[in-house]
Design a protein around this ligand. Structure first.
Ligand code: TXA
Ligand code: MG
Length: 311
C-alpha cells in the first residue's frame, strides 16, 4: 500500500492537539489518542461509551520506546523478536516513572502493549513523540471496524479524522498474552494460540480459566451485530441470514459466504464486514454454520460465541 504523507501529517496534527483519530491496523481499525495525555485518552472512553475500568492497549513503534514505560522480561523479548511487529499484545508491568495516562491503565500497574505491522500506522508512529492508546474503533460491545467506512459508520462526525489504510488484512483483534507472572493467554486472536502454546507450554484449562478474570472487556456480551446470532446451525429459519464458510448447495434464501472454500483466514477477514452488511440489510437474526476450531478458527469461534450472547 502506498503511504500518503500528507494524510500522515493530518493525523499527526489532530493527535498532537489531543484529538482522537481513527487509524488502520492489520487486525482491526483503532480509535487512537496520545497515550501520555489525560485529555486525549478521556475522549476515547467518551466516544466509545467505554467503562473507565476497561484499560486500553498502547501501540508502539519499537522496543526502545516501550522500555520507557514498561519493565520488560526475557519471555517478552523472545516473543517480540519472533512475532513483532504483528498481531499480538503483551501485558507488562508499568514503570513507576512512566508517562502513560492513568486513564489508559485504570490506575493499575500493568500495561497492554502492541507493535502493529500496518505500514501506514508504523509510519505515523515513527513521526510521533508519544505512543498511541487505541482500542478497536467501535462503540463498546459492537462489531469492530475493518475499514475507514466502518469507522465512519460507528462515530460519524464525532471524530475529526480517520487515516485510511485500506481494508484490515487479518480482520480479527490481536491475541493478548499476560507476561506479568506466569504467561497466560487473555484473549484468543489473530496470532494463533498453538504457536504460543508450543513456546510457553500452556495448559489449555489455564487459558480458559483466566480469560474471564483478567480482561474486563472480554467477560460479557461483545462483538455484537445487535441482533440474535445462533451458532452451529444446520437448519436455518426461513428469514435468517445464513453465514457459510464455503460454497455449496443451499436451499436457503439468504446465504452469505465468508469464504468460497473454507479458508479460515478468509473467514476471519470477512467476518465483521459481513455482519455489518447483514445488519444494514435489516435482517432480524443470523444463523452460522459450524466453524472448525482449528488455527484462527479458535478466535473466530470466540468472537461468535460472544456475539451470540445478544438476546
Ligand atoms: O487488535 C487489537 O488488539 C485492536 C487494535 C486496534 O490494536 N485493539 C483492541 O483493543 O482490540 P480493545 O480495547 O478493543 O481490546 C483490548 C482488550 C480489552 O478487552 C481490555 O480489557 C484488554 O485488552 N486490556 C487492556 N489492557 C489490559 C491490561 N493491562 N490487562 C489486561 N487486559 C487488558
Ligand atoms: Mg474491542
Amino acid at each position: 500500500m502506498k503511504i500518503n504523507l500528507s494524510n500522515i501529517k493530518k493525523a499527526k496534527y489532530f493527535l498532537d492537539n489531543d484529538e482522537c483519530v481513527g487509524v488502520p491496523t492489520e487486525t482491526v481499525y483503532g480509535l487512537a489518542a496520545n497515550a501520555y495525555s489525560n485529555k486525549a485518552t478521556s475522549k476515547i472512553f467518551k466516544l466509545k461509551k467505554r467503562p473507565k475500568r476497561n484499560p486500553l492497549i498502547v501501540h508502539y513503534y519499537c522496543l526502545g520506546d516501550v522500555k520507557k514505560d514498561c519493565h520488560i522480561n526475557e519471555k517478552f523479548l523472545y516473543l517480540y523478536k519472533k512475532f513483532c511487529p504483528g498481531p499480538i499484545s503483551f501485558v507488562l508491568k508499568l514503570k513507576k516513572n512512566s508517562l502513560i495516562s492513568n486513564n489508559v491503565t485504570n490506575n493499575k500497574n500493568t500495561l497492554a502493549v502492541r507493535f502493529p505491522k500496518h505500514p501506514v500506522l508504523r509510519k505515523l508512529l515513527s513521526n510521533l513523540d508519544y505512543p498511541l492508546a487505541a482500542p478497536s474503533a467501535n462503540v463498546s460491545n459492537k462489531i469492530s471496524a475493518v475499514s475507514k467506512m466502518d469507522v465512519k459508520d460507528e462515530f460519524g462526525n464525532k471524530i475529526k479524522y480517520i487515516l485510511d489504510g485500506g481494508r484490515s488484512n487479518i480482520g480479527l483483534e490481536s491475541t493478548i498474552i499476560n507476561l506479568v507472572g506466569k504467561p497466560e493467554i487473555l484473549r484468543f486472536g489473530a496470532l494463533q494460540s498453538e504457536q504460543l502454546k508450543k513456546i510457553l507450554r500452556f495448559k489449555k484449562k489455564k487459558i480458559a480459566k483466566n480469560i474471564k478474570i483478567l480482561v474486563p472487556g472480554q467477560d460479557k456480551l461483545h462483538y455484537s451485530p445487535g441482533i440474535p446470532l445462533r451458532l452451529n446451525v444446520t437448519k436455518p429459519r426461513p428469514h435468517e441470514a445464513l453465514l457459510l464458510i464455503k460454497k455449496k448447495y443451499s436451499s436457503h434464501k439468504f446465504n452469505f459466504y465468508l469464504s468460497k472454500n473454507g479458508n479460515l483466514k478468509e473467514v476471519a477477514k470477512n467476518l465483521y464486514s459481513t455482519l455489518r452488511i447483514i445488519k444494514k440489510k435489516k435482517f432480524k437474526s443470523i444463523a452460522v454454520e459450524k466453524i472448525p476450531n482449528d488455527g484462527i478458527g479458535e478466535a473466530i469461534n470466540d468472537r461468535l460465541m460472544k456475539a451470540s450472547k445478544f438476546k
